[in-house]
Every structure is written in structure tokens, then in C-alpha cells.
Design a protein around this ligand. Structure first.
Ligand SMILES: Cc1ncc(C[n+]2csc(CCOP(=O)(O)OP(=O)(O)O)c2C)c(N)n1
Length: 580
């Protein structure tokens, strides 16, 4: 934090006490200073001073009134992930803050830069179980990069400055600023925002050139190398460097769910996603590799399965900006802590183009795996297959839509059957796996990119967790398209029960549901339904053409499974593939 002496130096003594700004005013000024023009939020007693000030600043900051605080955070995440800018949330104390926690944890797991401002009860009531008091700093501590309980209004400008820096820098993530009501009300003679100095370095240190050289030598020596690439590629803007590096050395690339779009899915070097529902070729290539180059990843258990048998023959080079990620799950042979884009550029400066022949036998093996077990599914005349829906979506949108998802089977079908070609094109809840993420995330993305076609692909279960945000979408004219993959089940849980619990379908039947077409209409959106294969294309076309918010209820085959699948905690070679 900024030293007290420095703060004192910036005190503006020229004003009479009644003209001095309140904490709320200073907060808003500080946000404007950070370039904030969009806030997602929900008011309440503890943030009334802030809302009052926000009203006066409405020509500079637009506030989007959500219907549930979780929605506000997911919208801010969608906004942040679509653009790379920090999303901003404002909620009240107590239940406002606790409702926001799921979103905060989601942003933490998926390294998304957001700043969440929470109201708090007045300082003298803290610790008394006052009305709407919760220990927000305590509750959010494990799932934020940093949090603050602001005690003096004069601290606000510096806190805001630091919070945005922390949210955006290094491995991005959520930062919470908890502001007691008396702090936002307090007048103070400190407002010299332009004088808040910035003691933090915005530079990331380059990795040691010898380590970079050593990494490149290992990559050139390897007979069966694989690039395993994650969300860090997207966050660091390393897409072009990755493409150049992979092409220069003809290296196979497998992205994680969070890395999809970080390398073009249709590129011949791309093996498709790895992990539990990844492609056979990607998982086999990792299992047989002699060198795994892990770029901006965290060796999530949904990727590794059984750690002891994950890439058992491989040396591992791990590049990540977050030192806490390195060695957490897999001990690398060589660790490079740094921005993955910068590191790839260092690598590029150290290598010449290599002949493709060098890896000929490795590529022959990979092509064999691709041919023997491509992603596929059985078609149907009578029922809509969920995979067909995603293929159709890809066709109708020329592969250019920005897609958000909830969590479950539909999420995996999107990952498998919509080939993403650019970064930030898929916004999904990867780490926390939060049902209900898709719709609000789509709205945040739509707001950030008004000309972009944004489609939320959601499950009938997940949609019902945040569907009240349809009201927000209609209110602010955010013309997102919502594609409900309606199988009448909590599909992914049903699949596990079918495969691993003798088909005991315990509490997964959600066929008692609202009529989604009527629900859409009740909110003032357009509702569409496709229940038979013959009507799918036309209905989807009409919905995608619709100018406003559109909900499409696609009634899909109820008991379709996501395939292939590596059972949780298993060796990738125990992958269950469908027989055709
Ligand atoms: C908030 C939350 N609760 C529970 C789960 C556990 N869970 C994971 S997938 C899933 C089923 C999702 O069903 P649905 O939204 O209909 O999507 P589908 O799998 O059918 O595509 C559940 C309950 C979760 N991920 N998030």
C-alpha cells in the first residue's frame, strides 16, 4: 500500500469541509480514472451512498442492474474474457456479497480479471452481527487474488488503483474491495487522484536466456514432443507466437478447454482438446510423448486423470506466469516462470525452421490415432442429436460466433464439435464448473462486443439457475441467442450414473420444467422450439436472424453420452470410446 506520508502530501487543503468529496465520490472518480465505463450490480443499504454518486456519474459510467448478484459477476467475467479488460461489479453487504461469491470463485479458477466492490456495515458495527453483516474479506479470502476492507475514505483512490493493477497483472484474477457504509459517506479533503503514484512494476521479468536455450534444445532433441496449451496463451495474447513456434518446428498442439481458440482447431497441427472428454489422438499423443511442453496450463485433474500415469515417458517443460502453478501437480524437468507470450518469443529468437521429416514417424503415429478414433456419433432420424445441434450452429454461424456455455454435456459437445479459430471465442466455466454461467457471461460479452453474434449454449438444468437474467438482457437490449440443449436430465450427472453407478438415475430427472418458449415470451424475449430433426435448421436460422434476445428450446435425445471419456482418476489409455 501507499505510504501514509505520501498520502498526506497529496491532501488538498484548499476546500471547506462541506465541499470535500465523500468516499463514494472518490470511489467513482477513481473508477473513471481507471477507464471504467461499465458496472454490473445490484443495490442495497450498505451501498446507497455509492449508488447515489453513481447516478450523478451516469454519463460516464453505465450501470447494468442485474436480477441476482451471481449474474452480475458472470456478466463482468464475460465482459472481461471477451476483451481482456477488467470487469467491475458493485453489490451490497451480507447477501449481496454472498450471492457474488460463486462468481468470484469462478473468476479465480479461470484467471479472469474482475474488481468486485461490496458494501459493508458501518465500521462501528463490524463484528456485532449487525443487519446484513458478513465477513466478506474472510469469506472471499481463499478465492481472490487480494481483498481489502477499506477503513478510511482517503485510502480509496490508492486502493482502487492497486486493485485494478492486481486484477489485471500477472495471472489475472478477482479482487474484492469491501467498503463500510460510513467510509463511503465520509467527507475528506483528499481527492488528488491524478497524484496517486504507482509503485508497481508493470513489466514481467524475462526468463533466463540459458533456461530458454535449454528448453529449445530439449524441444529440438525430442522425438515425440507435444505442446499442451491452456488459458495462459489466451490471457497473455500469445496466439501468434504459438502459431509461429508450432509451425516452425511442426509440433503437435493440444489445447485444454480454457485454451480452445488459443490455437486454431482446424489447423493440421491441432490434435483437438485433451483430457477427460478430449480426442483419442490428443490423449494418446500425450501418453506416448517423450517431451510435454506445457504452456500457460495448470495440470488440472480433468486433464491429467491419474497423475502417476500422466505422460509417463515425458520430460516436462512448464511455462507459466504464476509460480504457484509450477510443480503444484506435476514436477517439471524444466520450469520457466514468465509470461508465456514473451517466453515463446524468446524461443522463436533461438530457433530456425526445421524440416518436417524430423518428426515424420511421430506424425504417422498421431495420424493413425486420428484415423482410428475420430470424434463421432451415431445419427438419428427421429431425435435431434446434441452433437448435430453444435455442428449446425457452427455451419449457420460460419464458425464465427462467440460462444458461452454452462457446465455439463452440452459444454463438452461445444468443445468437441465447434472448431474455435480465435482466442476469446469460447467463454466457458472451466475451473469451477459453474452451472448458470452461460447466459450472464454471454450478456457481458455482448455488451463489450455489440456487433458480435453471441450464443449461449446451455443445459436445461444450468439455464434454470440464472434464467432470471433474461429480464436484464431484454431491459438493456443485449441480443444474445440462448440455445437450450434440453434433454430433461442433469445430463452429465446422468451419464456418470449410467456409466459408473449401474444406471441408478438418482435425482437427475428435471423433465418437470417451464415451457421455455413461454418463459422467453414472458420476459419479453422471442421463444423458438425444435423438437424434430427436420425442423432444427429452420428454427435455428430464424432464432439467429432474430434481432433481439432469442431463446431456442432444442429437445435433444435424452440419453446421449459424451464420448470418448477417460474415467475420473484413470489412465488416459483406459479411455472409453464408443463402438461404431
Ligand atoms: C452450481 C452447480 N451445481 C452442481 C453441479 C454439478 N453438475 C455438473 S454437470 C451437471 C448437470 C448439468 O445439467 P444440464 O445443465 O441440464 O446440462 P447437460 O449436462 O444436460 O448438458 C451438474 C448437476 C455444477 N457443475 N454446478
Amino acid at each position: 500500500m501507499i505510504a501514509q506520508q505520501e498520502i498526506d502530501n497529496r491532501v488538498d487543503t484548499s476546500r471547506a469541509p462541506a465541499e470535500m468529496p465523500t468516499g463514494a465520490e472518490m470511489l467513482i472518480q477513481a473508477l473513471v480514472h481507471e477507464g471504467v465505463d461499465t458496472i454490473f450490480g445490484y443495490p442495497g443499504g450498505a451501498v446507497l451512498h455509492i449508488y447515489d454518486e453513481l447516478w450523478r456519474a451516469r454519463d460516464r459510467i453505465t450501470h447494468y442492474l442485474v436480477r441476482h448478484e451471481q449474474g452480475a459477476v458472470h456478466m463482468a467475467e464475460g465482459y472481461a474474457r471477451a476483451t481482456g479488460r477488467a470487469g467491475v461489479v458493485l453489490v451490497t453487504s451480507g447477501p449481496g456479497a454472498t450471492n457474488a461469491v460463486t462468481g468470484i470463485a469462478n473468476a479465480y479458477m479461470d484467471s479472469t480479471p474482475i474488481v468486485v466492490i461490496t458494501g459493508q456495515v458501518p465500521k462501528h458495527l463490524i463484528g456485532t452481527d449487525a443487519f446484513q453483516e458478513v465477513d466478506t474479506v474472510g469469506i472471499t479470502r481463499p478465492c481472490v487474488k487480494h481483498n481489502y476492507l477499506v477503513r478510511e475514505a482517503t485510502d480509496l483512490p490508492a486502493v482502487v488503483r492497486e486493485a485494478f493493477h492486481l486484477a489485471r497483472s500477472g495471472r489475472p484474477g478477482p479482487v474484492v474491495i469491501d467498503i463500510p457504509k460510513d467510509v463511503s459517506a465520509a467527507r475528506s479533503n483528499y481527492s488528488r487522484l491524478d497524484h496517486v503514484s504507482f509503485p508497481f512494476s508493470t513489466q514481467t521479468a524475462r526468463v533466463n536466456q540459458n533456461s530458454a536455450r535449454e528448453a529449445v534444445q530439449q524441444i529440438l532433441k525430442a522425438k515425440r514432443p507435444v505442446l499442451y496449451v491452456g488459458g495462459g496463451i489466451v490471457n497473455s495474447g500469445a496466439v501468434d507466437s504459438l502459431l509461429s513456434f508450432a509451425e516452425l518446428l511442426s509440433l503437435p498442439v493440444t489445447p485444454t478447454l480454457m485454451g480452445l481458440g488459443g490455437f486454431p482447431s482446424s489447423h493440421p497441427l491441432c490434435l483437438g482438446m485433451l483430457g477427460m472428454h478430449g480426442t483419442y489422438a490428443a490423449n494418446m499423443a500425450v501418453a506416448e510423448s517423450d517431451l510435454l511442453v506445457a504452456l500457460g496450463v495448470r495440470f488440472d485433474d480433468r486433464v491429467t486423470g491419474k497423475l502417476a500415469t500422466f505422460a509417463p515417458h515425458a520430460r516436462v517443460i512448464h511455462v507459466d506466469i504464476d509460480p504457484a502453478n509450477i510443480g503444484k501437480n506435476v514436477t517439471p524437468t524444466l520450469a520457466l516462470t514468465g509470461d508465456v507470450g514473451q517466453v515463446l518469443d524468446q524461443f522463436l529468437s533461438l530457433v530456425q525452421e526445421q524440416s518436417k521429416e524430423r518428426l515424420r514417424s511421430w506424425w504417422d503415429q498421431i495420424r493413425g490415432w486420428q484415423l482410428s478414433q475420430p470424434l463421432r456419433f451415431t445419427g438419428s432420424q427421429n431425435q435431434i442429436k446434441p452433437q448435430t445441434v453444435i455442428r449446425e450452429l457452427h455451419r449457420l454461424t460460419n464458425g464465427e460466433a462467440l460462444i458461452t456455455t454452462d457446465v455439463g454435456q452440452h459444454q463438452m459437445w461445444v468443445a468437441q464439435f465447434y472448431p474455435f479459430t480465435r482466442p476469446r471465442q469460447l467463454i466457458t466455466s472451466g475451473g469451477l464448473g459453474t452451472m448458470g454461467f452461460g447466459l450472464p457471461a454471454a450478456m457481458g460479452a455482448q455488451l463489450a462486443l455489440p456487433d458480435q453474434l453471441v450464443v449461449a449454449v446451455v443445459g436445461d438444468g444450468g439455464f434454470q439457475m440464472t434464467n432470471q437474467e433474461l429480464a436484464t438482457a431484454v431491459q438493456y437490449d443485449l441480443p444474445v441467442k440462448i440455445l437450450i440443449m434440453n434433454n430433461g436430465y442433469l445430463g452429465m450427472v446422468r451419464q456418470w450414473q449410467e456409466m459408473f453407478y449401474d444406471r441408478t438415475y438418482s435425482e437427475v430427472d428435471i423433465s418437470v420444467a417451464p415451457d421455455f418458449v413461454k418463459l422467453a415470451e414472458a420476459y419479453g424475449a422471442a421463444g423458438f422450439r425444435a423438437a424434430r430433426p427436420a425442423e432444427l435448421r429452420e428454427v435455428m436460422e430464424a432464432a439467429l436472424r432474430h434481432k433481439g434476445v432469442a431463446v431456442v428450446d432444442v429437445v435433444v435425445e435424452k440419453e446421449e453420452n459424451v464420448s470418448p471419456m477417460v474415467p475420473a482418476g484413470a489412465d488416459a489409455r483406459q479411455m472409453i470410446t464408443q463402438k461404431f
